[in-house]
Design a protein around this ligand. Structure first.
Ligand SMILES: C[S@@+](CC[C@H](N)C(=O)[O-])C[C@H]1O[C@@H](n2cnc3c(N)ncnc32)[C@H](O)[C@@H]1O
Length: 357
């Protein structure tokens, strides 16, 4: 196993030393991830963000994952590496796995979900999210009998049900209440006056329902005043369009609307959580310089922020040009990158090295 060849001061003699070192400089290790990971102690890393080569799609070198003769062997090889990842992750750890699909003789194989189900069914991983990476523009597609593909999957797995997750670190647009003409209003300007009028003039609510709706409105406005809530919307029977199925069988809110005559949508004061569809442009192919599948830096931000504590360590067993390591370093986290290819590791080292110097 070759340990990194960064300038002398970044040299890491072995992984165990790196794990206890205080520096956040990335550590690069060359070799087959399955073999290299065997040197890692159990329960030592916090989060893994990675994108293995896709099956039979691109050849990075003559060896390595993705070159198997059939996709079932690919899934087994990948699952074996992920089992090592599972061992080296702390019990609170997370695995974020970006995988692409492939067509063979017109058949879309569904590889990402085949891998996910293998990890769930036979390797004990718990799947928390299936994120769609919407690539916004996608590559050229000259086929005449199917849609253009513009997405890939990113699965978020955890090792155990009690895992580290910092939701606040990934919320967007923290919202605050404001004072307008002496009255406290929500971040989007809701003061309750319009809702109050709608309740009072409603012909769809009984007198008793009106009374409890006004009381509930007063109480939620109090939460806005005391900044426990940043914003809310009130759905009143006969007034607002519901944001869910109207069928009571499928929606608790529909039932609430039917039984009480109203319900609230509440917005967290620290901002909203990211959705499970991410609009992120792929890396510019013109800039790839010899590596054909560097993923965009933005893809790593939510995984690292949410599932690697500030003093934690990020792993990428297929680090390629070192995107995961670069983002981890920028976010103040230590990281370990493994790749089978010397050539790509040199690029990763150069990329992170020049950033660090
Ligand atoms: C999709 S690329 C990763 C790109 C990376 N996310 C980036 O942004 O540059 C997959 C990488 O896995 C490496 N690889 C393939 N088989 C491997 C194995 N068995 N062990 C370690 N690395 C491997 C390839 O050399 C390639 O660089």
């Amino acid at each position: 196993m070759r340990v990194n060849s960064l300038p002398e001061q970044m040299y890491r003699p072995n992984i165990k030393e790196y794990l206890i070192d205080e520096s956040t400089r990335p550590c690069f290790l060359q070799g087959d991830a399955l073999e290299v990971l065997k040197d890692f102690p159990d329960n030592s890393l916090d989060c893994c963000m990675t994108s293995p080569p896709y099956w039979s799609q691109r050849v990075y070198s003559e060896v390595g994952i993705g070159t198997e003769g059939n996709y079932k062997d690919y899934i087994s090889s990948l699952a074996a590496i992920m089992l090592e990842v599972q061992r080296v992750l702390k019990p609170t750890g997370s695995l974020w796995l970006n995988i692409g699909d492939v067509y063979v003789s017109k058949q879309l194989l569904g590889i990402p979900w085949r891998v996910a189900l293998e990890l769930i069914d036979n390797h004990g991983w718990i799947l928390r999210n299936s994120v769609i990476w919407h690539k916004v523009k996608g590559g050229p597609d000259n086929s005449y009998d199917k849609l253009r593909n513009v997405h890939e999957n990113i699965f978020h797995f955890v090792k155990s049900a009690k895992y580290y997750y910092d939701t606040d670190s990934i919320r967007s647009n923290p919202q605050t209440t404001k004072v307008v003409n002496g009255a406290v209003v929500s971040s989007s300007g809701v003061s309750g006056i319009r809702y109050k009028r709608q309740i009072e003039l409603s012909t769809a609510l009984s007198e008793q329902e009106k009374k409890s709706a006004i009381q509930a409105l007063e109480s939620i406005l109090e939460q806005v005043r005391s900044e426990k809530l940043a914003d809310f919307r009130m759905i009143i029977r006969g007034h607002q369009r519901t944001t869910h199925s109207d069928s009571e069988k499928v929606s608790g809110r529909a039932r609430e609307l039917n039984e009480k005559g109203f319900y609230f949508l509440k917005y967290h004061p620290n901002g909203s959580k990211p959705k499970d569809v991410w609009d992120i442009l792929p890396e510019d192919t013109q800039k790839r310089n010899g590596h054909y599948a560097a993923y965009p830096e933005d893809l790593c931000k939510i995984p690292i922020l949410a599932t690697c504590p500030k003093d934690g360590i990020v792993l990428d067993p297929f680090c390629g040009t070192g995107t995961t390591m670069l983002v981890a370093f920028r976010l103040g986290r230590k990281s370990v990158g493994i790749d089978i290819s010397d050539q790509y590791l040199a690029m990763a080292e150069k990329r992170c090295g020049s950033f660090l110097l």
